[in-house]
Design a protein. Structure first.
Length: 214
């Protein structure tokens, strides 16, 4: 784990989680994609405790772990943010964002915490598992929930309104939001997970300085 902290990155091994589920890019992957481009590093919050045995109502209040703090601090040291830092209003995202940019202002965006919620969603995750639930949601096999496309389009529009052109910005969010955007942009294949501090780089179109909403 020392190397992870020393370089502020998550290792390539984190592309496969403990359940052998394929993941989107690590922090290092996303950072490399941002080089020479303009846009937003859309990152999952840093490490948090396991939700196992925790009431659904208590999960939003969970903070990142000590390791999560260390990773976010070290990641912040290698980031070159020239735009703004945005975060979901959920504490673990805000904490991550503040460690990534300790001297900068963090703008909260509700669009960074979109996705299915409620008791039925929680029950389905317990019954068939998180990965099957998220797969069905991403592939729009579920009815009665906000769709992954709606979540992605809402966030991309908000980024378009908020971000300055020709800059590198950071947005800290949750796995299901990042997966929805990756799916919408056609850069998700079979990935159903996002490593802590991992995610995708969303490129602004150079000519229009807009994000690819549709």
């Amino acid at each position: 784990m020392k190397d992870h902290l020393e370089f502020g990155i998550i290792s390539a091994s984190d592309k496969q989680n403990e359940n052998n589920i394929s993941c989107l890019g690590t922090f290092h992957d996303v950072l490399l994609e941002s080089v020479g481009n303009q846009g937003v590093l859309l990152l999952r919050h840093s490490d948090r405790p396991s939700f196992d045995g925790m009431m659904q109502s208590d999960r939003d209040a969970v903070s990142i772990t000590h390791l999560g703090v260390e990773k976010a601090v070290h990641a912040g040291r290698v980031l070159n943010v020239t735009g703004i830092v945005m975060s979901s209003p959920v504490p673990r995202c805000l904490e991550t964002a503040k460690h990534l940019s300790p001297d900068g202002e963090v703008v909260t965006l509700d669009a960074l915490c979109g996705g299915p919620r409620g008791s039925e969603w929680s029950s389905m995750k317990e019954e068939i598992g998180w990965y099957e639930s998220i797969r069905r949601w991403l592939e729009e096999e579920l009815e009665g929930y906000v769709t992954a496309r709606e979540v992605a389009e809402k966030l991309l529009r908000k980024l378009d309104e908020t971000c300055l052109p020709d800059r590198i910005s950071v947005a800290v969010s949750h796995d299901q939001v990042i997966l929805a955007v990756a799916n919408h942009l056609g850069i998700r294949t079979d990935e159903l997970a996002v490593p802590f501090l991992g995610g995708i780089f969303v490129v602004q179109t150079p000519i229009t300085s807009r994000f690819p909403i549709v």
